[in-house]
Design a protein around this ligand. Structure first.
Ligand SMILES: Nc1ncnc2c1ncn2[C@@H]1O[C@H](COP(=O)(O)OP(=O)(O)OP(=O)(O)O)[C@@H](O)[C@H]1O
Length: 256
């Protein structure tokens, strides 16, 4: 469980407040989706949770304890993440990239051991990408890279996972497969997942809680059905939408 209390953040020397008084609770075994227009502060929120940016006000609690004074390696044992862009400088194999997820658990003077390799293989197996193990990461497709990065997150074995647009670069089938897989793993392992998404339909299908951000403020917050409404989508994106229902599903169609 991770609790965000009144987090407020501005970049050094900037007058613009990127995040204002953000409050929410993300529970284990659940997926929290963060939706909001480009530049609304979604990635910055992740960077604050990961300790990359130091917020000026508020606190982040992991299982009730403040993480404010933890070192990056200590945060990495609690929170793993899939960044939006990842371009390694060297053509590591996909397996090496997944194994890097174990860094937070390996002593500075040691190399990853058998247990670390097993966990990396297991993570690739769970996502159905074992066949990519020996392929250079720089020579697989954007979607395959995304799968490798999610596997790296799983191998890190942290109770909280942050996924920044996990379905970016994925084809229609893989977008759905990866989110269904994440949901299954979240339920099985009781992980707390927070993911940034652009498509509210994906949030309706795969999340348990939705946060809607606009210009660094939390405009709405609740179950997908409560938070994703015509009014809230208009307020946040300035877009008129229709809801279509059928087969037990509720989907959004923009009115353009
Ligand atoms: N290093 C930086 N210095 C100053 N301002 C920054 C910096 N990085 C981001 N910003 C600003 O912070 C705001 C929030 O950016 P952020 O990347 O968190 O948005 P986002 O919601 O993730 O956007 P997107 O959906 O496009 O990925 C933007 O206005 C952006 O211009």
């Amino acid at each position: 469980m991770i609790e965000v209390r009144g987090v407020t953040f501005s970049h050094n020397g900037s007058r613009e407040t990127v995040l204002r008084e953000i409050d929410f609770l993300a529970r284990g075994g659940e997926i929290t989706a963060v939706l909001g227009p480009n530049g609304s502060g979604k990635t910055t929120l992740f960077q604050c949770l990961l300790g990359i940016w130091k917020f000026q006000k508020g606190d982040v609690l992991f299982e009730g304890e403040s993480m404010k004074h933890l070192k990056r390696v200590e945060i990495a044992r609690r929170i793993s993440s899939v960044p939006q862009e990842h371009e390694p400088p060297f053509p590591y194999t996909c397996f090496d990239i997944v194994l890097m997820g174990r860094t937070a658990h390996v002593d500075v003077f040691s190399s990853p051991g058998e247990k670390d390799s097993d966990l990396a293989h297991e993570a690739m197996e769970a996502l159905g990408i074992r066949h990519l193990a020996s392929r250079p990461y720089t020579r697989v497709s954007g979607g395959e890279r995304q799968m490798v990065l999610v596997a790296r997150c799983l191998a890190q074995n942290a109770p909280v996972m942050l996924l920044d647009e996990p379905s970016a670069h994925l084809d229609f089938r893989n977008q759905n497969l990866i989110l269904a897989k994440v949901k299954q793993i979240v339920r099985e392992r009781g992980l707390t997942v927070i993911m940034n998404l652009h498509d509210p339909n994906m949030a309706l299908m795969f999340s348990d809680q939705v946060l809607l951000l606009k210009q660094g403020r939390l405009i709405a917050h609740g179950t997908p059905d409560d938070a994703i409404t015509r009014k809230n989508l208009w307020d946040v994106y300035g877009l008129e939408v229709e809801f279509l229902t059928g087969s037990g599903l509720r989907m959004i169609c923009p009115r353009i």
